[in-house]
Write a protein that binds this ligand. Structure first.
Ligand code: HAM
Length: 420
């Protein structure tokens, strides 16, 4: 093989594309029913956008970003996530002037240079929601409810919503101090990355996957104990509304999220079947981000999930998936004149909204019917010299084998039978 697909990427082959179409259109429909509108941003942005917002202390930005310089030496990055680009677009396009509340959703590829494994890719496809314009806990619950209903609506079963509050910069300071105090005696046992995290952003210490660091993290102080009054009330508000919405959740103080912009609510949807990459989707509030990317201080909350993990879970849960589409009708033409007629007929059938198949390079009726069978077409519409002479056709039900002769005109009558 001369060329191969880049590591950590994949092709969506025709045999699977209908599954992708299903989960994409279900997301669009559901988001639309909550009043969210689609926003599409470029797949690359100035690298600085992610450094400023997603965070210099996060692995996603520090280690996993695909960076490149263009011909004029400007530094760009393939987007590792969608929230910062949406915030940039909101500010740049003055969407705050359009409405107090921006309800946005997006779909598209993201890029992270990580070690590929099941459910983890270097190019992956995210669906995401961002609500910009209010700090009311209702909106935290609203975006969670979109995610929850999306995943259950697709037929997933074993899901858990894990919820935490990471507080605001005000309570974050007290928490960072407590973390430093706890970690100081353990500094020598920490990995090199964690020693840097200790200085830069102690909360990242809780994220480390190195076994010794993980062990030390078990007894570390938790953010929830350091929330100030406002943040505590906000968190209680979110929990109260989720309860009203009958959305079950578990408070997990271990949810810290891998990006730096979070304030207050942080959540993940975890699926039992996913193994190491068990986070199906995640998100939270990011009240400081809009200001960080140059806008006014506007509160916001959102989430994103990866379609790859979703498909893995749908398969594991044996959730109902749409069948591969099959032709409504296979048009079989025998002989030169019939084939000429078929060129017109096939278009008329397709324009009527039918999935109609025709293969002029198959000459014999036998070969055409064999192909119709292997494609699992519902009907065969057969025309030959005899039929054309009488302006008729043979309509064969390929499941029952039953066939009848019908007038070719008006075609609407045949179409009605095919659509029934
Ligand atoms: P994130 O947790 O980094 O958050 O990613 C969200 C989801 O994207 C994950 O739960 C996972 O399903 C999927 N994902 C992440 N990395 C990979 C990968 N390498 N391969 C396959 N799937 C992956 C964000 O991206 C935030 N922007 C979410 C957000 C929106 N927060 C507020 N608004």
């Amino acid at each position: 093989m001369q060329y191969q697909i880049p590591r950590g990427t994949y092709d969506i082959l025709p045999a699977d594309s209908h599954k992708w179409q299903r989960i994409i259109s279900a997301f669009r429909e559901l988001a639309g029913s909550y009043g969210y509108r689609e926003i599409t941003t470029p797949i690359f942005e100035q690298a600085g956008l992610f450094e400023r917002s997603s965070g210099e202390s996060s692995d996603v930005v520090k280690k996993e970003m695909y960076r490149f310089h263009d011909r004029k030496g400007r530094e760009f990055a393939l987007r590792p996530e969608g929230t910062a680009p949406v915030a940039r677009s909101y500010v740049e396009n003055r969407l705050d002037l359009v409405s107090n509340h921006a309800k946005l959703y997006y779909l598209g590829p993201m890029f992270r240079y990580d070690r590929p494994q099941a459910g983890r890719y270097r190019q992956f496809y995210q669906y995401g929601i961002e609500f910009i314009g209010s700090n009311h806990p209702y909106y935290d619950a609203e975006v969670i409810s979109i995610l929850w209903h999306y995943l259950f609506g697709l037929g997933l079963k074993d899901l858990r919503l894990e919820l935490n509050s990471v507080g605001c910069p005000n309570c974050g300071q007290a928490y960072d101090a407590a973390l430093r105090e706890y970690y100081r005696p353990h500094l020598q046992s920490l990995c090199t990355d964690c020693r840097q995290r200790f200085e830069l952003k102690p909360r990242r210490l809780l994220d480390c996957k190195v076994p010794t660091c993980k062990e030390i993290a078990v007894k570390a102080p938790i953010q929830l104990d350091y929330l100030d009054q406002t943040c505590r009330e906000h968190f209680a508000g979110v929990q109260g509304i989720l309860a009203q919405m009958h959305i079950p959740y578990q408070v997990n103080p271990g949810i810290v999220r891998g990006l730096d912009y979070y304030t207050n609510t942080a959540f993940e949807i975890v699926g039992g079947q996913l193994g190491a990459q068990n986070s199906l989707a995640g998100g939270g509030r990011y009240n400081g981000l809009l200001e960080q990317v140059g806008g006014r201080s506007i509160p916001a909350v959102g989430f994103a999930g990866g379609f790859e993990r979703l498909l893995l879970m749908l398969e594991a849960d044996q959730a109902p998936m749409p069948a591969v589409p099959v032709p409504d009708v296979y048009l079989a033409a025998i002989g030169e004149t019939a084939q000429q007629r078929a060129f017109t007929l096939i278009n008329a059938l397709r324009l009527a909204g039918l999935y109609a198949e025709f293969e002029p390079d198959r000459v014999s009726l036998k070969s055409q019917l064999k192909s119709a069978d292997s494609q699992k077409a519902r009907f065969a519409l057969i025309i030959g010299e005899d039929e054309l002479a009488t302006q008729s056709c043979i309509l064969k039900d390929l499941q029952s084998g039953e066939q009848r002769s019908l007038p070719l005109e008006p075609l609407a009558d045949i179409i009605a039978i095919l659509k029934a």
